[in-house]
Write a protein that binds this ligand. Structure first.
Ligand SMILES: Cc1ncc(COP(=O)(O)O)c(C=O)c1O
Length: 396
């Protein structure tokens, strides 16, 4: 009798043989500038905790107070009995913060992308998607059953050519792009994409997961380009700079209502816990009160990026706190990450399928809670280990 589990053994063994098995580091402290990873205290350059809010006292207090008042869980999906007044307050505040008519709070950024794409497109439609978009956009586009046309990364001319070729014969079209690309740190040309969408009568959706709390003085990519309130669909996440968890879909009230009604992933999943929702509100309070953390994030980014480039590391076209140290082969990226860890710096190697084959890298993320001495320490470790492995020249 054939073993029905055999294909799983073979599949996992094949991934392991290619070095693609998931080997998750285990964190046993709060997420912060320093943390305990696999039992060792290290400098953390791997989290998306841009502003250091994941362990911020105001967020933790808000979460504790919310548990006392609203309990541990929402108890039902949003449209049955799981919409708490806290959720509505957060949605109102998120819309205000982003300068849009309305906002919807989803369970995660992934759920927000799946919900928006499934609601907005169907089998008669075409989605134009940047080649380097996040996995949840790729999955959401497939789930929508629309025709998916991939255009070259941030290439507006290629996008226009593909629209001219593929839009005819479809009911509607949608352009979708990451705002900040998570593996490269470059920024989508949202002003040009907006113009293309207007010229061709298409919807425009941007996933601002890495721009929320970072770009536009913290208010996101639409503010960065002076387009607040003018992008059809602004998806975001509260799990990165906001330091908690949750997704957001912001835009005109009509658009948000339509996605709320048709976004199955979000509809059929239980509402976010009171603790998380209240912590997100506390993060918004902080960001509205002052841009000090955002300013510090950018100071640290400039300092560390200049230091790494001066040492001779290749960082590609990054324009944000995401700094990809480009290495090429997965094996080299993994060896470098291992040596950095041994020297007290936690940074993760990213290889295929997260990035194209042959473009392995170590992705560094600077945060507002790194001290100058942390960044200087990281630079000295990178200098020593980079020379040892021949990534930078001996004279660097
Ligand atoms: C571009 C992008 N979109 C969406 C997500 C998913 O966000 P969340 O963790 O809130 O599901 C991520 C997170 O890795 C991301 O990088």
């Amino acid at each position: 009798m054939a073993d029905p589990l055999q294909f799983m053994r073979e599949g996992l063994a094949a991934l392991e043989a290619m070095g693609l098995d998931l080997d998750c580091p285990v964190v046993s402290s709060a997420t912060d500038a320093h943390m305990v990873v696999n039992g060792k205290r290290v400098l953390n350059l791997a989290s998306n905790n841009y502003l250091g809010l994941a362990n911020h006292p105001e967020l933790k207090d808000a979460a504790k107070r919310a548990i006392d008042r609203w309990g541990a869980g929402a108890g039902a999906v949003r449209y049955v009995a799981g919409t708490q007044d806290l959720h509505l307050e957060l949605e109102r505040r998120l819309a205000q913060f982003k300068g849009t008519e309305a906002a919807m709070f989803a369970q995660t950024g992934v759920v927000a992308n799946l919900s928006a794409l499934v609601a907005l497109a169907g089998s008669e439609d075409v989605i134009f998607s940047d080649r380097l978009n996040h996995a949840s956009i790729i999955d959401g586009a497939q789930l929508s059953r629309a025709r998916v046309v991939v255009y070259e990364h941030c290439d507006v001319l290629d996008l226009q050519a593909r629209i001219r070729e593929h839009l005819p014969g479809h009911r509607r079209g949608l352009i979708v792009t990451d705002g900040v690309f998570s593996m490269d740190g470059d920024i989508a040309p949202l002003d040009q994409l907006h113009q293309v969408a207007v010229d061709h009568g298409l919807l425009l959706m941007v996933d601002d997961a890495h721009g929320d709390g970072v770009l536009g003085h913290g208010r996101g990519i639409a503010h960065h380009f002076g387009l607040q309130g003018r992008i059809d669909v602004e998806v975001g996440t509260l799990s990165k700079a906001f330091g908690v968890i949750g997704g957001v879909i912001a835009g005109k009230r009509l658009v948000v209502d339509y996605i709320r009604a048709g976004g199955r992933a979000s509809q059929y999943s239980t509402g976010t816990t009171p603790a998380d929702t209240a912590a997100c509100l506390a993060a918004l309070d902080l960001l509205e009160r002052s841009t000090a953390l955002v300013d510090r994030l950018w100071d640290n980014t400039r300092y560390f990026r200049n230091g790494m480039r001066a040492l001779g590391f290749q960082l590609g076209n990054t324009e944000t706190p995401i700094l990809p140290v480009l290495l090429g082969e997965a094996d080299l990226a993994k060896r470098l990450a291992r040596r950095l860890f041994e020297e007290g710096v936690f940074a993760v190697a990213q290889a295929f399928p997260l990035v194209p084959r042959g473009q392995a890298r170590i992705r560094l993320i600077v945060s507002a809670v790194h001290e100058r001495r942390d960044l200087d320490f990281a630079l000295s470790v990178f200098a020593a280990v980079g020379r040892e492995l021949g990534v930078i020249g001996a004279g660097s």
